[in-house]
Design a binder for this molecule. Structure first.
Ligand code: NDP
Length: 340
């Protein structure tokens, strides 16, 4: 009999997640009831926000319950349907989570046209991470021609799109990434004007040289040492879309705000705009995003890289690696083949 697999949360990690926080379970493939569809997962997206779902601290979203299937965006094939809107063979975007099979009543499923782009892009450059880059940069960063935009995690799913959109808007794009290979890729393949290694002990002075006219937009993906290097270089009226703080996701205690007072003074005197956002805040821009981004990807003006691990069993290790920069591009798990 065909078996399904799922990855459940066993313990809430303190600090870095470890393999024993997850359990891989085998179970029977479920049978769809009236109005339901049975989905077979093809692609599972792994994203940094999942670290937040493993904790039960205050957040904008509920945590995964202990014993519950880890959450995640997926691209799946409908393999059985009792739902009049979906037929066997349809490819759909949903949040089936870390499992090989799932049942759905069809609500919240989006059909994907495999003729437009590789279906994996629905959870990448043409999906949530691409939309995050587009909306955060355009709606909050508002880059103007000639301005300098800085983004960290610059070879990743969000950061790579941020810098390329900044270039399309006529700005200078300076990336920050972990290591020479990633920095070379960001400059040579993605066309950023410069890229610096955040592990370089001279990051602050090299960033100052690279941003000789100061920084007008800092798209915040990481926090930590990168933020400390960026902050003094912000120009008057600079905009800071605060998208993510991955350098802090495994923190076990709040760090004392040593320079919070001087930071707030700079927010005032430089009239800075610092605004946090969650991509869903800009749901109304979905159609604009899809129109612009699919055009740019089709024209080769926005490039993307996927970093794929094979099989659902690889998900826990791949996710732990993502938090440490082991991924080089959008982290995906190939759970099953495109066609069976
Ligand atoms: P990435 O594909 O960029 O992967 C994460 C990367 O973060 C790693 O590859 C690593 O790259 C970098 N990183 C990890 N630790 C550090 C550190 N201490 N200092 C600097 N860089 C670090 O992930 P995404 O593009 O999916 O996400 C990027 C950010 O955007 C995350 O903070 C995420 O939480 C946030 N996000 C927010 C959303 C929202 O709605 N607000 C939606 C989607 C994402 P490197 O090797 O270069 O260091």
């Amino acid at each position: 009999m065909l078996q399904a697999k799922r990855v459940v949360l066993v313990t809430r990690p303190i600090g870095e997640p470890k393999a024993s926080d997850f359990r891989i379970e085998e179970c029977a493939v479920p049978t769809p009831g009236p109005g339901q569809v049975l989905l077979r997962t093809i692609w599972l997206s792994l994203d940094p926000y999942m670290r937040g779902r493993m904790s039960d601290g205050p957040s904008y979203a509920a945590p995964v319950p202990i014993g519950g299937v880890m959450e995640g965006g997926t691209v799946s094939e409908v393999i059985a349907s009792s739902n009049p809107d979906l037929v066997k063979g349809d490819i759909v975007l949903w949040r089936a989570g870390w499992q090989t099979h799932a049942l759905s009543d069809g609500k919240g499923l989006t059909k994907i046209d495999p003729g437009i782009a590789p279906i994996s892009t629905a959870v990448g450059v043409l999906g949530m991470p691409g939309m995050t880059a587009y909306t955060g940069l355009v709606e909050i960063g508002k880059p103007r021609p000639g301005e300098t935009v800085v983004v960290a995690a610059a070879s990743g799913a969000v950061g790579s799109a941020v810098g390329q959109i900044a270039k399309i808007k006529g700005a200078r794009a300076v990336g920050i990434a972990g290591g020479k290979d990633k920095c070379d890729y960001v400059k040579r393949e993605l066309g950023f004007d410069d890229c610096l290694d955040h592990r370089d002990p001279d990051l602050a002075s090299k960033l100052k040289d690279a941003c000789w006219k100061g920084i007008d937009v800092y798209f915040e993906n990481v926090g930590g040492a990168v933020f400390e290097a960026v902050f003094p270089l912000l120009n008057a009226f600079a905009r800071v879309p605060v998208c993510g703080l991955i350098a802090h996701y495994n923190d076990t205690e709040a760090k004392p705000p040593k320079w919070a007072a001087s930071m707030m003074r700079a927010v005032l005197t430089k009239r800075l705009t610092i605004r946090g956002f969650i991509v869903s805040d800009f749901a109304a821009r979905q159609a604009d995003f899809l129109r612009d981004m699919s055009g740019w990807v089709g024209e080769g003006r926005v490039k993307y890289k996927e970093f794929v691990t094979e099989g659902l069993d690889s998900a826990p290790a791949a996710f732990m690696g993502l938090l440490k920069g082991a991924n080089f591009g959008k982290q995906l798990v190939r759970v099953g083949p495109d066609k069976v």
